[in-house]
Design a protein around this ligand. Structure first.
Ligand code: HEM
Length: 112
């Protein structure tokens, strides 16, 4: 998770969204909380654990300026990170879910 967010924060397209909402210090309390929340999210989605019941699409509604291209970039960085961190079959599982979730977002975002 941390590797992904380090890339995202340095990215021209994604960086500003995260910096505006969570700040520019990845070691801050807000960031640690965000990364833990996302780790719980992925545990729930990949392993079916009881760790996340939030509304993750809803959490992005307050950022209507996230556009189709931003999701394409998100997916690119996410897939790159999955390949770096995990062996083949596990990386594939993350990438498949990443594609699924990005599509869900795109379907629900009106202004694209
Ligand atoms: C351009 C793409 C994206 C951007 C810029 C983005 C940005 C953000 C930001 C800034 C937050 C924090 C909101 C807050 O704390 O108030 C957040 C929360 C979150 N994001 Fe994203 N996100 C993107 C795509 C995705 C995708 C594709 C997924 C799912 C695979 C995802 C999953 C989540 C989850 C689970 C949370 C936590 C929601 C909660 O509070 O329960 N995000 N995102």
């Amino acid at each position: 998770m941390t590797i992904f967010y380090e890339k995202a924060m340095e990215d021209d397209i994604l960086g500003p969204f995260f910096i505006d909402e969570i700040g520019d210090d990845i070691k801050s309390e807000d960031w640690v909380e965000h990364i833990e929340l996302l780790a719980d999210f992925w545990l729930a989605k990949i392993l079916g654990e009881d760790t996340y019941y939030g509304n993750f699409v809803g959490a992005h509604v307050k950022m209507p300026h996230i556009k189709k291209e931003s999701f394409a970039r998100w997916l690119e960085l996410f897939s790159q990170t999955a390949d770096e961190v995990y062996i083949g079959s596990v990386a594939e599982q993350f990438k498949k879910k990443g594609v699924q979730f990005s599509k869900q977002f795109l379907n629900r975002t009106k202004n694209i």
